[in-house]
Design a protein around this ligand. Sequence first.
Ligand code: 13P
Length: 254
Amino acid sequence: MNDNNKIVIGNLKMYGSRASNQEHLGLLKKDLNNLKKTHVGLCFPYPYLFQAQSVLEGTQLGWGSQNVAKSDNGPFTGEVSASMLQDFGCKYVIVGHSERSTAYCESNENIATKFKGVVDHGMTPVLCVGETLIEREAGIMERVVSGQLETIINNYGPQLFKNTVIAYEPIWAIGSDLAASPEQANAMCTFIREFIEGANNAKIEGLKIIYGGSVNSENALQLFVLETVDGGLVGRGSLKPEEFIKICKIADQI
Ligand code: 13P
């Protein structure tokens, strides 16, 4: 990935249907296929990956999933492996989203294993990190986020972050209409880069650090214009094609 280009990833969460996706993807394909420099990705529920692949193959748009299994194959009922995602042409895999780690008690250890599996299968993990409101108010957000990154660094080394994406998603900003301020996003994205590159004693090539949590077409410019923020992970703003197109075009104009 070129280091100066922004990346915008839509997390469609558990929304959509075959009919609505068909229309949605058609509009995005028409409007976003000639962006000059921004990478765009869309992360779907598993059953729609085949549809995403059939509509988006051959375009500039990447697609992917919102989770992956820890193991590559075996007796794991209900799980979907990294090699299956690869089989459907996935480029991006969201790992460690707070809606999963809270609801399904996902540990940092599990998240680290998934992150490694995605890299090993030639896809780009989008690792979500971020603190709760209580943790922010207690002033320990850096400690929380560094703890989330440390498991990967300790198990596999900081170089595993090469050509990957980290989304700083403060839990209090997700689904809240209260995005982090540009100052807050800047401070945490800077901290994340310094933490990983400090562990590596050098720059990490191709590492993108993006912001997620109530990104919309009103606040995208003030967040994306920051040099430390390489783009956005967009939830609700990706559900309406016109809104997502606007956000991606804002990124592309910077
Ligand atoms: P919203 O953009 O809806 O706040 O969701 C953010 C998010 O969780 C993206 O992964």
